[in-house]
Design a protein around this ligand. Structure first.
Ligand code: CP
Ligand code: NVA
Length: 331
């Protein structure tokens, strides 16, 4: 092998080559097959893993926990109120302390600089479980799901529709650039990605054959597409007060049957989840009462359709996170 990921942090896809991402996806496939076949080995036996969550989570936390348990590791969960981190103890001190006790640390929270600092000072692998800027483990699961449906990533037309400058959009753009996809962000002008990140992606694309397009035009972005991807309109950590403006900006970009009909006939729908597709959530109900809409980024019809692969995608969080932990920490 021409590279070795042992001891490396997983903080953003920018830090990984296309070959390394390919390796992590192939390892994920292998681990998924082993789990299904009941032939899995415990590559993380005896390892202690800390899971820091300064924001809430269902999938990411459970994926780290199940992946760790499958592989023989033990975990400690530190939720939004359980640790001293940042309040009574600096990030650097926390990193040094946890690095003395644990073999690997997952962090979900706010600034990308926090996870970068943890990675710099912990002395053990640190994995980004979502920051305001990036959500790199999510993209591995998304790409695995795309490969399961289309057999490859290169040349696949993937459109991200919605808040084009959130953590998921940012990470998808970098991942797509690295892996040679034809990637579009379809969003209103106000929610386009930063010029800096776009230029970085365009530069990477030149070496991989990827295509990156930012458009406000739904028809231009969606016509003939293989994968339509969306995410919540307001991300964790953003103030409640942005809902009204966001709904106004993004309602025309809702993924519904009309939009799906513009895509390729074999197109799939992806969403990192959680999703507002009905009135069965507290927030969904509150938004309905205030703004009169019964779904947001995706209609219930599309979410529940055959084209929707969101639950395969959610399951793939475990297989891909397992690959990241084994590659960086395995025995
Ligand atoms: N997709 C995702 O990261 O989900 P959670 O917020 O539930 O972890
Ligand atoms: N953009 C979303 C992703 C959730 C997995 C958020 O940050 O809340």
């Amino acid at each position: 092998m021409s590279f070795n990921l042992k001891g490396k942090n997983f903080l953003k896809l920018l830090d990984f080559s296309s070959k390394e991402i390919r390796f992590l996806l192939d390892l994920s496939k292998h681990l998924k097959i082993s789990k299904y076949a009941g032939t899995e080995n415990e590559n993380l036996k005896g390892k202690n893993i800390a899971l820091i969550f300064e924001k809430t989570s269902t999938r990411t936390r459970c994926a780290f926990e199940t992946a760790a348990y499958d592989q023989g590791a033990r975990v400690t969960y530190l939720g939004p109120v359980e640790s001293q981190m940042g309040k009574k103890e600096s990030i650097i001190d926390t990193a040094k302390v946890l690095g003395r006790m644990y073999d690997g640390i997952e962090y979900r929270g706010f600034g990308q600089d926090i996870v970068e600092d943890l990675g710099k000072y912990a002395g053990v692998p640190v994995w980004n479980g979502l920051t305001d800027m990036f959500h790199p483990t999510q993209i591995l699961a998304d790409f695995l799901t795309i490969e399961e449906n289309f057999g490859n990533l290169e040349g696949i037309k993937l459109a991200y529709v919605g808040d084009g400058r959130n953590n998921v959009a940012n990470s998808l753009m970098i991942g797509a650039a690295k892996m040679g996809l034809d990637f579009r962000i379809v969003c209103p002008k106000e929610l386009e990605p930063t010029t800096e990140l776009l230029n970085t992606s365009l530069k990477i694309s030149k070496t991989t054959g990827a295509k990156i397009t930012i458009t406000n035009d739904i028809e231009e972005g969606i016509k003939g597409i293989h994968v339509i991807y969306t995410d919540v309109w307001v991300s964790m950590g953003e103030p409640e007060s942005v809902w009204e403006e966001r709904i106004k900006l993004l309602l025309p970009y809702q993924v519904n049957k009309k939009m799906m009909d513009l895509a390729s006939p074999n197109a799939i729908f992806l969403h990192c989840l959680p999703a507002f597709h009905d009135l069965k959530t507290i927030t969904g109900k509150e938004i309905y009462e205030k703004f009169g809409i019964d779904c947001m980024e995706v209609s219930d019809e599309v979410f529940l359709s055959k084209q929707s692969k969101v639950f395969d995608e959610a399951e793939n969080r475990t297989h891909t996170i397992k690959a990241v932990m084994i590659a960086t920490l395995g025995n």
